[in-house]
Design a protein around this ligand. Structure first.
Ligand code: MD3
Ligand code: FE
Length: 217
């Protein structure tokens, strides 16, 4: 059952949308911290620059990616995995900045997931035309832990599917300053985003920036 209620204790501008029991969209959750969070993202990207990853089949992903935190998510001809070093710089990934970490823990807590200790943040930057097909996130060690996603900049259409790729999906808009938290029985749902449309946002220009914050190790 989907319900929409005012999210009073976070300020009247923030709305809580229960996509399902364990998948919760906090609309405008990051609105007061958007500039500071994007400043943290830029400082990470100066040390571990964005790059296009290759899929195991050898295709170039349309998003550009980087990571911060102890573990970074990677894809190459060898498969999907988490790794402690950046293959471009050969160094450890930059530390997860403090506001990214604390807002992720706060969102997880509001969604009902206590004891979330994030150690990985994947940064995906979408330019017009970039997309992510339906997939499951299953490279983490503990599926009991939630995943938190932060969206910034140009809005995108999110696809919320079932437990088989062929199942029908619902569509939601993910907008600037939205936080999405999911776990429990929804953790292994198929999901993805449709092609980013040409548009402008004052803080990010033509792009969409997505952070997925996880407990990977
Ligand atoms: C619901 N990113 O990086 S985030 C990914 O918006 C990824 O850029 C998308 O999927 C993006 O892996 C979606 C929101 C999201 C992520 C994983 C989910 C929602 C999810 C897993 C299960 C259910
Ligand atoms: Fe995903």
């Amino acid at each position: 059952m989907t319900s929409l209620d005012l999210f009073g204790n976070l300020g009247s501008e923030s709305l809580r949308l229960n996509i399902s029991e364990q998948a919760i969209l906090f609309h405008q959750f990051l609105a007061k911290n958007d500039d500071a969070l994007l400043t943290e993202v830029r400082s990470v990207l100066r040390r571990s620059p964005l790059r296009h990853l290759q899929t195991p089949a050898g295709h170039k992903m349309s998003v550009k990616s980087s990571n911060c935190g102890e573990y970074g998510w990677l894809s190459d001809r060898g498969g999907y995995r988490y790794q402690k070093t950046d293959p471009v710089t050969k160094a450890a990934w930059p530390k997860m900045p403090s506001l990214i970490r604390s807002k992720a823990i706060e969102a997880a807590t509001f969604a009902g997931f206590a004891d979330f200790q994030p150690d990985s943040c994947l940064i995906n930057v979408y330019l017009p035309g970039a997309k992510m097909g339906l997939h499951q996130d299953k490279d983490e060690t503990d599926f009991e832990k939630p995943i938190v996603s932060f969206s910034f900049g140009v809005p995108i259409t999110f696809m919320w599917g079932g437990f088989k790729r062929s199942e029908k999906y619902q569509k939601f808009s993910l907008q600037h300053a939205d936080a999405l938290v999911w776990g429990g029985r929804d953790r292994l749902r198929y999901h993805g985003v449709q092609q980013l449309k040409e548009a402008m946002h004052p803080l990010t220009g033509r792009c969409r920036v997505n952070l997925t914050i996880r407990q990977a190790g």
